[in-house]
Design a protein around this ligand. Structure first.
Ligand code: NAP
Length: 292
């Protein structure tokens, strides 16, 4: 019997990221309770031994640690604070970990509501994309109580390697916003570099072989660059989620009287793509602008 098998972990949100992340927790020997809006996305995990629960609250009631990886802040609010939600149904001492990219203010609110039930909430958004989730190599940026972080660490280590407590509630989400702000300008640069190489008549794979190993290297160039060259715009990371993230980052920046022209331009370009029906494409579909 695995040393982990006495800890009951709940996982809500089994999309591109959550399905892989929950799978690693199950493989590590934890008892796993799962829920997702569309039930079929849980089938594979249930076949491997996870237990299906009918509501987020039922997951919480059956788990010592509850993890969420849903889409938007409105989804987070619903699963934590809504009817049949996590906070209303969790037993005293439950640790709640939201890994969705969401608003820092909502993370603080959930931590406050959790504390009223004598529970602890962490915000723990991730970076590393679909590849990082599949390979359990996510960077996990955590905000919240240090003792809850220490207790949750073995479970977080099933999903990632670079796991850092950044501060109190909301600090994980603020750190993730720094990440998204960097990515916003980086992906524009990647698309412009590839568009230039194409116009110049270069062999694009050969071009990437050189610049992908130099100072321009990184996830956006080395993982998304080859997808752009192949014309593969399948998600990875949905454009509609990136618009959500840039909206949060720009609203927070506005409150801090900070101007972010790169992130503002990226949001404008992505909103135009979404208006043309590309919101469920991957973020590398920004290249469509530079193809014209
Ligand atoms: P996704 O594929 O849309 O997964 C989200 C899942 O949550 C879906 O399966 C969805 O159900 C479920 N869900 C949404 N609202 C729910 C609710 N109220 N109750 C129960 N389940 C609910 O998105 P993803 O790519 O995995 O991303 C998840 C989060 O991680 C997003 O906040 C995203 O910004 C962030 N993120 C993504 C990446 C990436 O590369 N993909 C990287 C880092 C962070 P349905 O199946 O019914 O839609």
């Amino acid at each position: 019997m695995s040393a982990n098998s006495s800890t009951r972990v709940g996982f809500i949100g089994l999309g591109i990221m959550g399905r892989s992340m929950a799978g690693h927790i199950l493989n590590a020997g934890y008892q796993l309770n799962v829920y997702n809006r569309s039930r079929d996305k849980a089938d594979e995990l249930v076949a491997k031994g996870a237990t299906w629960c009918e509501t987020p609250g039922a997951v919480a009631a059956a788990s010592d640690i509850v993890i969420t990886m849903v889409g938007f802040p409105s989804d987070v609010e619903q699963v934590y604070l809504g009817e049949n939600g996590i906070v209303a149904n969790a037993a005293k001492g439950t640790i709640m970990i939201d890994m969705t990219t969401s608003s820092p203010a909502l993370s603080e609110r959930i931590a406050t509501e959790a504390a009223k039930k004598k529970c602890l909430a962490l915000d723990a958004p991730v970076s590393g994309g679909d590849v990082g989730a599949r390979e359990a190599k996510l960077a996990i940026m955590v905000g919240g109580d240090a003792a809850a972080f220490r207790k949750a660490l073995p479970v977080l280590q099933c999903m990632g390697a670079n796991i850092v407590l950044q501060g109190g509630p909301g600090a994980g989400q603020h750190t993730k916003m720094c990440n998204q702000i960097v990515i916003a300008s980086t992906i524009m640069g990647v698309c412009e570099g590839i568009a230039y190489g194409k116009r110049a008549g270069l062999d694009l794979d050969t071009m990437l072989q050189s610049i992908g190993g130099g100072a321009a290297s990184g996830f956006q160039l080395n993982v998304l660059g080859p997808r752009i060259i192949k014309g593969d715009f399948a998600p990875g990371f949905f454009i509609e989620h990136f618009i959500k993230d840039l909206g949060i980052a720009l609203a927070e920046a506005h409150c801090m009287q900070l101007d972010l022209p790169g992130a503002s331009l990226a949001r404008k370009l992505y909103e135009q793509l979404a208006a043309q029906g590309y919101g469920r494409n991957g973020t590398q579909a920004l290249f469509k602008f530079y193809e014209k």
